[in-house]
Ligand binder design. Structure first.
Ligand code: PLP
Length: 383
């Protein structure tokens, strides 16, 4: 038997993997499954994006470069300008990534020195599980910041001895799992704080284009570029989870260092994926259509939850609803009860490090509208 990395050996399975195993067991018993677990929407990828990928598969595809070819970086710069009014130089400030998860996992490798006292990686709790895991594998110390009722991340409330030991901070707005959107003034405060303490700030903006209503999320880069990176993804924006496509952009010095770091493992999206990404980032019409689909699904569930007295957060952004467990049951008990009827939801603690997320379950609005309606009919029978 190989001797294992203790970080790996001591970690439980990635939370979604554990949920998948539970779901399989129920499905094998013959129960029809309504899967609101993993955030992998079922809507097809727009045809013009698929075609762009197919057209780019040349008779010979050579090694892609870490920075990617100019067209994808130019399309990304165009998107940042259109969407946020932020100008970035495509040759120095943009780095395509193979989805955003790997960037969350690998970015700590740039700044963490496992032998130093200042080895903290700060992130919101509950939050996306890869923030903690990336910190651990890089040899850093995860520092989970418990979020209060409104789920807004306010790192300026942390004690200065914590901030002075931090090298990396993750912010995530709109926030998975709660859907909370951080106001621009609070983003600015976060940027100012990280500059004061010389902390690399990475803003995970994976859900920035999936909003419902008028509260349009901002980018951290609207508050300045020095010491700041924004992380984006086509997974939810364009229905491209399987393509593995995203980008980091911001401070050109850090982008250059990351490009060098990432050349070691060869963390490089394929050129044909970048070709599809280029047309996706250049187009907003398909994103608008997807927004309408998720708004419709949210309304359907919110009408149901409001009618039966279930409290839900995340009403205006992300593909999720973050719902409070009814009195007298734990989140796991409630999720198990729903699962026995075929409805898969994620118990809140799956997203928490220090007990955060308890008392909630997350519903990912990924099935189609007709399936959502059927699931609600099943859910009613449980009330
Ligand atoms: C907050 C957040 N960041 C990053 C990711 C990773 O997304 P992807 O790797 O598909 O771009 C997810 C996926 O659900 C997420 O919720």
């Amino acid at each position: 038997m190989p001797r294992l990395n203790p970080v790996f050996a001591n970690l439980s399975a990635y939370p979604i993997a554990a949920l998948e195993a539970k779901k399989r067991r129920v499905a094998e018993s013959g129960v029809r499954i309504f899967d609101f677990g993993t955030g992998d929407p079922r809507e097809p990828t727009p045809e013009f994006i698929r075609q762009a990928l197919l057209d780019a598969v040349a008779p010979r595809c050579g090694y892609p470069s870490v920075r990617g070819r100019p067209p994808v970086r130019e399309a990304i710069a165009g998107y940042m300008q259109r969407r946020f009014g932020v100008g970035v130089d495509p040759s120095t400030q943009v780095l395509p990534t193979a989805g955003s998860k790997e960037a969350v996992f690998h970015t700590p490798l740039l700044v963490i020195d496992k032998d130093a006292d200042d080895d903290l990686v700060i992130f919101p709790d509950p939050g996306y599980p890869a923030y903690q895991r990336g910190a651990l594998f890089a040899g850093g110390t995860p520092y989970a910041v418990p979020l209060t009722e409104d789920h807004i991340f306010r790192p300026w409330l942390l004690p200065s001895d914590v901030l002075s030991r931090a090298r990396l901070m993750w912010s995530n707005s709109p926030h998975n799992p709660s859907g909370a959107v951080t106001p621009l003034a609070d983003l600015q405060r976060t940027v100012d704080l990280c500059r004061k303490y010389d902390i690399l700030l990475v803003s995970d903006e994976t859900y920035t284009d999936v909003y419902q209503g008028d509260d349009v999320p901002h980018s951290m880069l609207e508050c300045g570029v020095e010491g700041v990176l924004a992380l984006h993804s086509l997974s939810k924006r364009s229905g491209m989870t399987g393509y593995r496509s995203g980008f980091l952009c911001g401070d050109p010095t850090i982008i250059a260092q990351l490009a060098t770091l990432r050349s070691n493992p060869g963390l490089v999206p394929q050129d044909f994926v970048n070709a599809a990404a280029a047309v996706a980032w250049a187009d907003d019409a398909h994103v608008e259509k997807r927004r309408e689909i998720f708004a419709e699904k949210k309304l359907l569930f919110l009408d149901f939850f409001d009618e039966v007295g279930i409290e839900a957060l995340g009403r205006s952004s992300t593909i999720y609803l973050w719902i409070k467990t009814p009195d007298g049951q734990t989140d796991v008990e409630w999720a198990d009860r729903l699962l026995a009827a075929g409805i898969v939801v994620s118990p809140g603690p799956m997203f928490g490090v220090s007990g955060a997320g308890a008392g909630y379950v997350r519903l990912a609005l990924v099935p189609s509208m007709p399936v959502c309606r059927e699931a609600i009919a099943v859910w009613r029978t449980l009330l």
